[in-house]
Write a protein that binds this ligand. Structure first.
Ligand code: ZN
Length: 391
């Protein structure tokens, strides 16, 4: 029989063990282990993480498995985000040292790396949402509704009148995109941007968390197109329509209708204008073949590979670099919780990130900072190449 002190000691060990596991392997892998283990006691794990003793045993027993899993995830994410800083100075040298010592680097990027390219941020003052708000569009109540599927289907012209301001065709990558591209130890770039500038810069190991404006997809037949091919239509205020399968279907059905008709209009030429195509499908209550950018709208799932990539990448990453993002939007808002606590985090951003105390923080204009890093990285590389030649 254990005495009270021993029991307390065991309880503390239990709390430490669960918490330690989250710190060692990150939340995603912790949850995977728990869910894969049929014997896992979710109630006990929740009690382990209940530092404030807010949970009551009877309350937990009444919860469904799904509710317990949701509670466990929430608790684990909090623990995962509570990191102890590794003592590293906030200097360019420190970042260069980390870059040199690392083998598998994850870069998380956001709107801050594209603002200097002329692409407005979404949420900052004078950002895209602010601009939409000032326009007082009667079709929407909130700016975010622009990226709502129902709004898009009902008012595609409204969507494109806003989207044409961030049409990828008109923008080029900058120093921060090159910094990502030139990183030969890049394990993956998780970008929250839809401007596809990482893609344009040639970043191979890229995961576009919210999709990309580089492509358009037909709402009716799912055919994919390059956005560049419709840049003029969009710039001129039009709404791109499917030009292949759905246009063929339109022609076939219109011709059949004319040949079935008793009037003599078959000889007249077919109206293939956008208005005629839209009206044809609209009057039949069928899906209109509008092309929608392959970006994730509200209510749609994030990139299908995201969870598996995070699961795998978090186990081999040895450096995290956060570039130009406040990390406030899902799924990236939980990204740090999935990273083992021993992995250093570098933030390069104009402002501090709420809720994240990184190991190294370089504050300022991102392009200026990464340009300096790129120059110094090239200097080091040239030195190394010279030494190789001498040998
Ligand atoms: Zn189509």
């Amino acid at each position: 029989m254990l005495d009270v002190d021993d029991q307390r000691s065991d309880e503390e060990k239990s709390v430490n063990e669960t918490t330690r596991m989250i710190r060692e392997i990150g939340v995603a892998n912790f949850l995977k282990r728990v869910y894969d283990d049929e014997a896992a006691d979710l109630c006990q794990l929740l009690r382990d993480l209940d530092k404030d003793h807010k949970l009551t045993p009877t309350g937990l027993e009444k919860k469904s498995q799904l509710q317990l899993k949701q509670m466990l995830k929430r608790k684990a994410v909090i623990i995962g985000k509570q990191r102890k800083n590794i003592s590293i100075p906030n200097t360019h040298d420190a970042v260069l040292g980390l870059l040199s010592a690392s083998s598998n680097i994850l870069i998380v990027s956001g709107a801050g790396i594209s603002v200097n390219r002329g692409i407005p941020d979404f949420r900052s003052p004078d950002g895209i949402y602010d601009q939409i708000r000032r326009c007082n569009y009667p079709e929407i109540d909130e700016p975010e509704q622009i990226f709502d599927m129902a709004t898009f289907v009902a008012h595609p012209k409204l969507f494109y009148s806003v989207a044409k301001k961030i049409l990828p065709t008109h923008f080029q990558p900058g120093p921060a995109h090159c910094f990502v591209k030139d990183n030969n130890k890049l394990l993956r770039n998780y970008t929250q941007n839809i401007d596809s500038l990482e893609r344009k810069a040639g970043v191979d190991r890229l995961l576009e968390c919210h999709g990309s404006f580089a492509f358009l997809e037909c709402l009716r037949c799912s055919a994919k197109y390059n956005t560049d091919d419709f840049a003029q239509t969009i710039t001129d205020g039009g709404v791109p329509l499917c030009t292949e399968r759905c246009m063929k279907e339109y022609r076939r059905r219109r011709k059949k209708r004319k040949s079935d008709s008793i009037d003599n209009s078959a000889a007249t030429s077919l109206d293939v204008s956008d208005q005629a195509v839209v009206a044809f499908f609209d009057t039949r209550n069928e899906v209109i073949p509008y092309l929608k950018p392959t970006i994730t709208f509200f209510g749609e799932d994030v990139h299908s590979d995201y969870e598996q990539r995070v699961l795998d990448d978090s186990q081999v990453a040895d450096l995290i670099i956060v570039l130009g993002t406040s990390m406030s939007v899902a799924p990236i808002s939980e990204f740090i919780s999935h990273i083992p606590h021993k992995v250093p985090i570098v933030v390069i951003n104009k402002t501090p990130i709420k809720g994240l105390d990184p190991d190294v923080f370089l504050q300022g204009d991102i392009d200026v900072i990464v340009s300096e890093l790129l120059v110094r990285m090239n200097d080091v590389k040239e030195e190394e190449d010279k030494k190789k030649c001498i040998v």
